[in-house]
Design a protein around this ligand. Structure first.
Ligand SMILES: *Cc1c(COP(=O)(O)O)cnc(C)c1O
Length: 374
């Protein structure tokens, strides 16, 4: 039988392994020259925006909210279907997430429903560019301008995504990226914020490293009770090499997504993802399968695919359906699309080193597993 196919796999070449070894031998392994270089490279990639790196995408979101001054008494608008981190960070800074349903095809926040969720307490909108498909940035930016709200983009899936030809993170307000191994580029663990207002780096720099600030003479002070979220030079050197290859990775992902669309044709077994344009960076390919109608459980389907040596993911449950959110009184029934995605979604294998034939293998296996049901 063919080798096991994961749903995601990072692409790390031997030159990257050698670069990591050379950083280790240099004896400067924590934040240093490679972090400075990686931030400069990211800034160059994002049209000159100020960029700060940190230990995760989750840390990036949390520090972005702190930089925007969001805290107790504030509300932040979040899509009801995303990774839990998108809403967890709002609670962690003491604010309240206000969920808005997603669209079925794009899996993105339904921008037509945002306005109804805005109250006097709303301080920010936090859209997620799900799987790398950008939300309608023109509409979201217009809503923010009209209601005087901050825009904190969860761009964990969207490094390399273009909105109308412009890179996500090269415009907007506060854009947060993740470099977890399942994202389009990795630093093992890591994240970054691109900011419109460089003055807000003061909070981010302090929150990321113990609140420490140094004056011109090198005198150290602590200006707030900061955290500890600085990236290591080992991670940064991986990021430098990944960023140089990123557009190539995204192009290959797009080709593979196109093969999925060709194979599913106009009679797919479920709801395909929205196709977007050539700016979609295709971090994931998710399919909604109507398990109730098919007379099969999702667990059963995933096990059957696993017997074909194909691993699937689930991205993501409806956030208000998760225990921590139910306990706070959130009700998933108010978000029918997010609930449906949460119950029906499966993530098919998609990563740059996959062969065209691997896509055919996945589609053949789906056909066999669903058989006459589909
Ligand atoms: C991965 C992810 C995050 C968190 O990123 P980490 O680097 O794993 O902390 C946040 N939001 C979304 C949508 C993600 O997929």
């Amino acid at each position: 039988m063919s080798a096991r196919l994961p749903f995601a796999r990072p692409t790390l070449d031997e030159a990257t392994v050698a670069a990591v070894a050379s950083v280790i031998r240099s004896a400067w392994i924590t934040s240093g020259p490679n972090v400075a270089q990686f931030e400069a490279d990211l800034s160059g990639y994002l049209g000159g925006r100020t960029v700060r790196t940190m230990t995760s995408g989750t840390a990036a979101l949390e520090l972005a909210l702190l930089a925007a001054g969001i805290g107790p008494g504030d509300e932040v608008i979040v899509p009801a279907m995303s990774f839990a981190a998108s809403a967890n960070v709002v609670l962690r800074v003491g604010a309240r997430p206000v969920f808005v349903d997603v669209e079925l095809a794009s899996r993105n926040i339904d921008v037509t429903k945002i306005e109804a969720a805005i109250t006097r307490k709303t301080r920010a909108i936090m859209p997620v560019h799900f799987a790398g498909l950008p939300v309608d940035m023109d509409r979201v930016l217009a809503l923010c301008a009209h209601h005087k709200l901050r825009l904190v983009e969860d761009a964990a899936h969207a490094i390399g995504t273009l909105w109308r030809g412009k890179r996500i993170g090269s415009f907007g307000d506060l854009t947060c990226f993740s470099f977890h191994p399942n994202k389009n580029m990795t630093t093992i663990e890591g994240g970054a914020i691109a900011l419109a207002n460089p003055a807000e780096c003061r909070v981010i720099d302090a929150e990321r490293f113990h609140g420490i600030e140094k004056d011109a003479d090198g005198n150290v002070d602590v200006i707030r009770a900061g955290g500890k979220y600085n990236l290591s030079d080992i991670s940064a050197v991986i990021g430098i090499r990944q960023l140089a290859q990123l557009d190539g990775f995204s192009a290959r992902r797009r080709q593979l997504a196109d093969i999925y669309f060709e194979r599913f044709g106009d009679r797919p077994p479920g709801v395909l993802p929205a196709r977007g344009d050539e700016g979609h960076c295709w971090n994931m390919f998710t399919l909604l399968l109507p398990f109730k109608r098919l007379g099969m459980s999702r667990v059963g389907f995933i096990k059957a695919m696993s017997n074909h040596n194909i691993a699937l993911g689930i991205h993501y449950p409806c956030i208000p359906a998760l225990s921590a959110y139910r306990h706070l009184g959130f009700d998933p029934a108010l978000f029918p699309n997010a609930s449906r995605v949460g119950e029906e979604t499966v993530t098919l294998p998609l990563f740059p080193t996959m062969a065209d034939d691997d896509v055919h293998r996945v589609c053949d296996a789906i056909g066999q597993v669903l058989g006459d049901r589909a």
